[in-house]
Write a protein that binds this ligand. Structure first.
Ligand code: SAH
Length: 345
């Protein structure tokens, strides 16, 4: 695999640029990370060094296309990786923050039936550099509105790629300067990953895509539940909570007749209460491979009220970028087109 611009640690960069004084390494490191600059724009560094960096450290992401919606406040970026795979990230501006939603894998192996990425299958893990660069590129695009939050809710299952995701989290925190609490890892419930996360010191936020608190239903919509069933997941989340003392949020995409009934709410409340978890209800976004309709607004509001009556906090997540296939679960990066175009490596 080719080493790309954001793959290296600072000491590896110093090694690569052997012979350069320490202050130069700092200038380069700061320029690339703190100021999100391309090597060509490192104007405080001599030109030959700039060119050398450009050659030694190619960008991991080549822009393919950008689409905007919500009056420009949601921007989806489509990237091509060095070996031809396509991934997407989504930049969302809110009144009080700007969030980038990054991908952790090309495709996904979790096969959740209602998720567009799950429907296309798994291609490969992203490298640390490919993940970090998504945040840098979004920051460049974002301009004055500093990217303040990073959510691992794009393509892929971050906790199935822990070895590359965690160094990316550290880089995003230490070098790009984004607070740990403003970095959210979202998982469908990969228990070994949750255990690894609970041993890390950075207090990142954890979201769990639950969608059903009934094993039979969950097995059918999120097949990973057959490997990591609800009882085991609950135990893992309890020990995560004990270790980190952080509130967990549970994601629940609302599917008509599947998980929006009174019984489903009761099961969810029973799962959420001992964890003191917060629930995010997500209106289901349409995807090509799932025909069951999403719950209508009335049912979502009703479901929220029932949860509240059971003493559980729930909010309805506002949807962004549905019209440009940028909303939760809609990222698929024109997978089919890509396969035929992918160059041999
Ligand atoms: N694999 C990780 C992160 C990616 S998905 C995870 O499962 O958490 C990001 C969020 O979008 C998850 O909560 C996921 O369940 C949700 N999602 C997937 N498909 C969706 C859809 N069609 N409509 C609404 N949300 C969806």
């Amino acid at each position: 695999m080719v080493i790309t611009r954001y793959d290296l640690s600072r000491s590896e960069l110093a090694e690569l640029l052997e012979g350069e004084p320490n202050y130069r390494i700092t200038q380069v490191w700061e320029g690339l990370h703190g100021q999100h600059r391309d090597p060509a724009d490192l104007t405080n560094v001599p030109k030959p060094l700039r060119s050398a960096i450009e050659e030694l450290l190619p960008a991991a992401l080549t822009p393919v296309r950008e689409t905007a919606s919500d009056n420009g406040s949601t921007v989806k970026q489509l990237w091509q990786l060095g070996d031809g795979y396509l991934i997407e990230s989504v930049l969302m501006h809110y009144r009080d923050r700007s969030t980038v939603c990054v991908s952790s894998q090309a495709g996904c192996a979790m096969a959740c039936s209602f998720c567009a990425t799950g429907q296309i299958g798994f291609d490969r893990h992203l490298t640390t550099g490919e993940i970090v660069e998504q945040v840098v590129r979004a920051s460049q695009r974002s301009g004055n509105k500093r990217v303040s939050n990073v959510v691992f809710m794009g393509m892929g299952e971050p906790l199935a790629n822990f070895d590359n995701v965690w160094p990316a989290v550290e880089r995003i925190h230490d070098d790009l300067g984004i607070g740990a609490r403003k970095i959210t890892i979202s998982t469908v419930g990969v228990i070994p990953g949750i255990e690894q996360l609970s041993r890390k010191h950075l207090p990142v936020s954890l979201a769990v895509s639950l969608h059903s608190a009934n094993d039979k239903v969950r097995n059918s919509i999120a097949p990973i539940n057959r490997t990591y069933p609800l009882r085991k997941l609950a135990e893992a989340l309890q020990s995560y909570k004990r270790a980190k003392n952080r509130r967990i949020s549970l994601e629940w995409a609302m599917m008509a007749g599947v998980n929006d009934t009174e019984n489903a709410a009761r099961e969810l409340a029973a799962f959420a209460q001992p964890l003191n978890a917060h629930i995010n209800l997500i209106p289901l976004n349409p995807t090509p491979g799932y025909t069951n309709p999403g719950s209508d607004t009335e049912s979502i509001n009703w479901f929220q009220e029932i949860l509240e009556s059971f003493g559980v906090n729930a909010t309805v997540r506002s949807n962004r970028g549905t019209d440009i296939d940028a909303a939760c679960g809609q990222l698929r990066a024109e997978h089919r087109v890509k396969l035929s175009k992918r160059p041999k490596v």
